[in-house]
Ligand binder design. Sequence first.
Ligand code: HH2
Length: 290
Amino acid sequence: MSVPPTWQLRDRRLSLHRPVVVGILNVTPDSFSDGGRFLSPDGAVAQGARMLSEGADMLDVGGESTRPQGATPVDAAEERRRVLPAIRRLRSEFPDALISVDTVKGDVAAAALDAGADAVNDVSGLRLDPAMAGICAAARCGVVLMHSRGEVSDMATFAHARYGADPAAEVRAELRRSVNAAEEAGVPRSCIVVDPGVGFAKRSEHSLAVLGRLPALVAWGYPLLVGVSRKRFIGELTGVSTAAERVDGTTGANVAALSLGARLFRVHDVRAARNALDVAWAVFEAGRAA
Ligand code: HH2
């Protein structure tokens, strides 16, 4: 099955006829590579403006880190206090920009949708809050369903990174439950994007396995997002220990994922991703036309 041509987000449709770049906007003090930099609404708007000018199609606003060193969960009130001012300001200053909220909590998602978000990016794939699926269905918003295991505090650690002979198949089986839960709650199929959750309950070999087997996930017929940006497996492969210096490795992983069927790319370094993915896409298009 080929990649669907659009992604439905409330009353908008995002074309997937070229790679979609999703800029990461962490309004957190503790994210693994950029914590504390865009915490104030002014800082978030400035970073959002920069990413849009560099070619981001969408901004993903997150107020709770899942950092691999073990994240500190925040309560819903604190998370709302972090994300809502940023989303309101971004919505009013960039009315055409697409905005997602990166949260596992239904009431944070609902408040963010009220504040103007177009999509919910749930790194728990609807596992952690039974209310989330219904909230997304009622809003008919875009929904990113990511594979992970465990809680916010340990989902990006190795605590749950135990797999048998075929990790990619296990990830697909678990992610399928998220897709089924979404559809059973009434989320339209056209609103769903799937994400194998690179680095979440996955050692490097598991992240590489899910990336290498992306075509089996693409075959489900949902648009596919990958979040490889600056992640640990890239550090391990390249020997680059400082996360912010992993742009080259990130580019390699993104272009490989594009060639295997991914269409949405969640990144910190927007310009590098935009340029690399556009050039790679032009080459693939030329090949298809020939
Ligand atoms: N990765 C992170 C956070 N959210 N969402 C999706 N859909 N896919 C991902 O791979 C993904 C995600 C972790 O990265 P980051 O936001 O930079 O770090 P932190 O969790 O420390 O804020």
